[in-house]
Design a binder for this molecule. Structure first.
Ligand code: ZN
Ligand code: ZN
Length: 152
């Protein structure tokens, strides 16, 4: 970003410079405390969130979610998921089902999964994402906003 002002003289603020530490997750824990952030697979330059998934037919795969809040980019390491398909998410380390907060209030089909941001494993300090591919809620969000939105 060499140009700080646009043609009309307005200050240009690159999104990446706005409170970066709040926008990018560097810890995402399963209920057993495994950190699913992976240095091996980056999305937009940041270590992604590696998750195992299971399709309705039983087929399993591995996907990396973007660690950037609101970013829907994903990277499939194994298997694939169709647009609009709902899957089950598991921890790739201990193979346990990841916790579900509720049904997605946006699509009504996916489940809102939860990953914890610290060792207290509290739903209030967590990130959430919908298990339906392509749902706007499928990018990671802060759980407190979702909890408020759902009135839980
Ligand atoms: Zn685990
Ligand atoms: Zn959804």
């Amino acid at each position: 970003m060499s140009q700080t002002f646009d043609k009309k003289g307005r200050l240009k603020i690159p999104a990446r410079e706005v409170k970066q530490e709040e926008l990018i997750v560097s810890v995402a824990l399963c209920p057993e405390g495994h950190n699913l952030i992976t240095e091996k697979h980056k999305i937009k330059g940041y270590p992604g969130i590696e998750l195992a998934f299971r399709r309705a037919g039983g087929e399993e795969g591995v996907v990396v979610l973007s660690p950037i809040l609101g970013d829907r980019e994903v990277l499939f390491l194994r298997g694939s998921v169709d647009e609009g398909e709902v899957v089950k998410f598991l921890c790739p380390v201990c193979d346990k089902d990841l916790p579900i907060l509720s049904t997605c209030d946006y699509c009504g089909e996916g489940n809102i999964y939860v990953l914890f941001l610290d060792d207290y494993l509290s739903f209030n300090n967590a990130i959430t994402f919908c298990s339906k591919r392509g749902c706007p809620n499928s990018s990671i969000r802060k759980s407190d906003r979702i909890i408020t939105a759902l009135g839980l």
